[in-house]
Design a protein around this ligand. Structure first.
Ligand code: SF4
Length: 482
């Protein structure tokens, strides 16, 4: 039977839900019974677009130019990834910090009527003249998709003229409501245009370690340290890597990813096309998840005995320190909001410190999430579960009602309600592995003990919702799903 090519659209996998308001226990039971159905919101605030994830994933590659074939506004939210890239350079000791090379073709009304092909050709020409890159990525957008500009054909035609590898990426925003689809679109294109299913001789001990933009340099070093203890050599990609490192992917003996929804689909492709086994478990945040992540990759490379010895040593080192943190954090009630990988990992982490989960907001629910929820239901009392890509109006409603002592995750709105907040998507400080959890625990405790900033912020900033909204059911606008 012919292999079914994955489309890159996460909704194409069965049982994936994007919009739901429920509780941990209800979600677990309904998913088991097959009763969790795809719902929708009759009112929604902006979603994160997949184009930004496609771009952010590759933004730090050396000698690369990123051409967004779109109106100007589409690259607006690349600012967070640009910031991560700049900070990442500083942490890596780079003196002359630079911005990523992003060019926007500026599709306008005229292009919509007459086509944007000429603008795209001009952008590629300018990219070559200005930067002499080894890689040119062309990003599709809603506008280029709707007017039907054939970025594949244009790229193929331009490739005859230029030496740089030209990679078109199909990340039209309207294709998916799950922003992680953007990662898949980028990896599908890398396989098609750079790796091309060519087999390489295997390099002994080489492991592909996939990392998104949000991983701090401290976390990179911690993950590399842990893998080197197992005798592995790490190909850290695509964050802060290069065309040469991308081309080495097929030479690896195994793959794993730091994030649960980053490169998970690509690792399946690497298994199918290059016979590279992989480990897909959890994000290594907190003791339980770090152990699970570590055991997962150790099993794939046949180092089960070694990993148990290392885990025992690490536990001996960190457990007394975790106990100290527990005294500062025990019993505190927490609301968590983050990407699928981080939010579930943070919900497991707070158990290390004796904290209690009262609410969890995460973008998608699927088979993978079910595994995490089953675990979380075993360690926490029943908690509110909001399956939402953004949607701050639901979040503030829930935070007001649940009154958590601490908020962990994307903090903008909760901070304005005066709740002590800790950012879990921290690309600037450690959060992962055995050392990361101590840093993160201290950060949460410090924030709880010093809530002054958020309290003052709440006094001076008003969120744009009427008081009556806080009385309403937070999930009032979710239709279907039962
Ligand atoms: S690609 Fe579409 S969804 Fe993404 S920013 Fe542009 S218009 Fe918005």
């Amino acid at each position: 039977m012919a292999k079914v090519q994955y489309s890159g659209v996460r909704e194409s996998r069965t049982g994936r839900i994007n919009d739901l308001g429920t509780t941990g226990k209800e979600a677990e039971e309904n998913f088991k019974k097959g009763c969790l159905k795809r719902a929708d919101r009759s009112f929604a605030q902006g979603l994160q677009c997949q184009q930004i994830n496609s771009m952010a994933a590759l933004m730090s590659l050396e000698d690369a130019v990123f051409i967004s074939h779109s109106p100007q506004g589409c690259v607006g939210c690349s600012i967070m990834a640009v910031d991560m890239f700049r900070v990442g350079q500083a942490h890596r000791g780079i003196k002359n910090i630079r911005n990523p090379r992003i060019i926007v073709t500026n599709i306008d009304q005229k292009s919509v009527v007459f086509g944007g092909e000429e603008k795209l050709r001009e952008a590629v020409k300018k990219a070559v003249e200005r930067y002499h890159p080894k890689l040119i990525f062309i990003y599709a957008s809603c506008a280029s998709g709707i007017i039907g500009d054939d970025i594949d054909a244009i790229a193929a035609d331009l490739q005859k003229e230029y030496e740089a590898v030209i990679v078109p990426i199909h990340c039209e925003g309207f294709k998916s409501k799950i922003c992680a689809s953007g990662f898949d679109a980028a990896f599908l294109a890398i396989n098609e245009y750079i790796l091309k299913r060519e087999q390489l001789p295997k390099e002994e001990g080489l492991i592909n370690l996939f990392a998104p933009t949000t991983i701090s340099y401290a976390d990179q070093k911690e993950m590399e340290r842990m893998l080197s203890l197992l005798g592995a050599k790490v190909n850290y990609i695509p964050f802060y890597s290069s065309l040469e490192k991308i081309k080495r992917i097929p030479a690896a003996e195994a793959s794993t990813s730091i994030c649960k929804v980053f490169a998970d689909e690509f690792m399946k492709t690497l298994w199918e096309d290059y016979n590279i086994p992989y480990s897909h478990t959890v994000m290594p945040i907190g003791i339980r998840n770090t152990d699970k992540w570590y055991r997962g990759i150790a099993e794939v490379i046949g180092k089960e005995k070694e990993v148990e010895e290392i885990i025992a040593r690490e536990h001996e080192r960190i457990e007394p320190l975790v106990e100290k943190l527990k005294k500062r954090l025990e019993g505190k009630r927490v609301f968590i909001c983050g990407g699928t990988g981080r939010s579930f990992a943070a919900a497991a982490l707070i158990d290390d410190f004796g904290m209690e989960l009262v609410g969890l907001e995460t973008p998608t629910y699927d088979e993978d999430a079910q595994v995490d929820i089953e675990y979380l239901n075993g360690i926490h009392k029943d908690f509110v579960l909001d399956i939402a890509n953004m949607q701050p109006f639901e979040q503030v409603n829930l935070v007001k009602k649940l009154k958590p002592d601490a908020f962990i995750g994307v903090p903008e709105w909760a901070a304005k309600l005066g709740v002590p907040t800790t950012h879990v998507l921290d690309g600037k400080r450690p959060t992962m592995g055995y050392d990361g959890l101590l840093f993160l625990g201290n950060k949460i405790a410090d924030q709880l003990e010093n809530p002054g900033f958020n309290k003052k912020l709440a006094k001076h900033v008003k969120l744009p919702y009427k008081d009556s909204w806080y009385e309403e059911d937070a999930f009032k606008y979710i239709a279907g799903g039962n």
